[in-house]
Design a binder for this molecule. Structure first.
Ligand code: TYM
Length: 343
């Protein structure tokens, strides 16, 4: 890793993004949305529906705009206030695409070839993956740096992409001899919700792309569906242990206890104290009740917001204008630094 000096001295700013692909699940909610809501209390925040990232795999053009509105609705239903934080669609601000191209000429093939998300998503059929899928993390770096964002709340799976963002920022600052021009953004990828695992396999993260819907709790699942999925969640015959050590080697149980702790705001130790010695016949219904209690108001609010797409469009348009106003001077400086012609 390169050293960070001299460092960026501009204002702190938070940026994060969520793709409008498929329904949001508990991992997205606890790993990202809940953190976004907390950040808006203390920081200037920009939350983006990353529709340009979504098209790195095929999307139905007839659905894309509506899925974008849905994520905006989810942001607001979770508690993001569009008067305080900026909410907008990535494709509405051209700076993302432009900066991504400049960064394409700075990032190295070797850096991108190390990205585990690309390897996972492309699978064995690498030759048929879109160039955009390979380039995904460069666009992500552009998202963040077009606003000189300093903090990026994400789930743990995004840590490697954030490291790449730092490498690109650092390389730009050095190559063009503009120390401290771009910040080296900090990933906020720690904490209890950062790594929510599949309900069917505790070694895999909960994911939109898992073929089994039983592996995840979706934000739009109703109470019966949530109870059913948790009833069917993989566990083992032993009861809930009384110490954290007792969770070692039991990834599925560890995950369920972690979900309970994150949803309730309790420490793992407190959850274990409450349920030590109990079987899953007791723990799973308690977890289902808690999940429904926390998620159903969000789902309900999301539905209400989706009933008025015109209002969501108004918020997204206002957000895009505010975002553009921040990115425009950054992009002017970038073009000047890189030496592009201007009349
Ligand atoms: P996306 O839409 O795939 O995921 C959105 C957020 O949800 C988090 N997440 C999880 N957190 C905990 N446990 C899980 N099982 C889980 N699954 C997903 C992700 O880490 C993410 O924070 N690449 C980003 C989108 C993006 C972005 C950006 C983020 C594009 N540009 C700029 C930050 C800054 C992504 O993973 O989206």
């Amino acid at each position: 890793m390169t050293d960070d000096t001299p460092t960026y001295s501009g204002p702190e700013r938070v940026f994060s993004g969520v793709q409008p692909t498929g329904d949001l699940h508990l991992g997205n909610y606890l790993g990202a949305l809940v953190k976004f809501v907390a950040m808006q209390e203390s920081h200037d925040c920009i939350f983006c529906v990353v529709d340009l990232h979504a098209i790195t795999v095929p999307q139905d053009p007839g659905q894309l705009a509506s899925k974008t509105r849905e994520i905006a609705a989810a942001f607001m239903a979770a508690g993001i206030d569009p008067e305080r934080a900026i909410i907008f669609a990535q494709s509405a601000v051209p700076a993302h695409v432009e900066l991504a191209w400049y960064f394409n000429c700075i990032a190295r093939m070797g850096w991108l070839e190390r990205m585990t998300q690309f390897k996972d998503k492309a699978g064995k059929d690498r030759e048929r993956a879109s160039v955009g899928l390979f380039d995904y993390p460069v666009l992500q770096a552009a998202d963040i740096l077009a606003y000189k964002a300093t903090h990026v709340p994400v789930g743990e799976d995004q840590k490697q992409h954030l490291e790449l963002t730092r490498d690109i920022a650092d390389r730009f600052n050095r190559d063009f001899a503009v120390p401290g021009f771009f910040p080296l953004p900090d990933p906020l990828a720690e904490g209890p919700g950062a790594r929510i695992m599949s309900l069917k396999d505790g070694s895999k993260k909960m994911s939109k792309s898992d073929l089994s819907d039983l592996s995840r709790i979706n934000l739009i699942d109703d109470a019966d569906t949530i109870s059913k999925k948790l009833r069917k969640a993989k566990t083992d015959p032993a009861p809930i242990p009384d110490t954290a050590e007792g969770l070692e080697g039991r990834p599925e149980v560890d995950n369920l206890v972690n979900i309970y702790a994150t949803l309730s705001g309790l420490e793992t130790g407190q959850v274990l104290e409450r349920f030590a010695g109990e079987g899953f016949g007791v723990f799973k219904p308690a977890l289902a009740e808690l999940a429904v209690e926390k998620l159903s108001p969000v789902t309900q609010k999301m539905r209400e917001l989706m009933d008025d797409p015109g209002e969501i469009d108004r918020i997204l348009a206002e957000g895009a204008a505010k975002a553009e106003a921040i990115a425009t001077p950054v992009m002017e400086e970038v073009r000047q630094i890189m030496g592009f012609w201007r009349a």
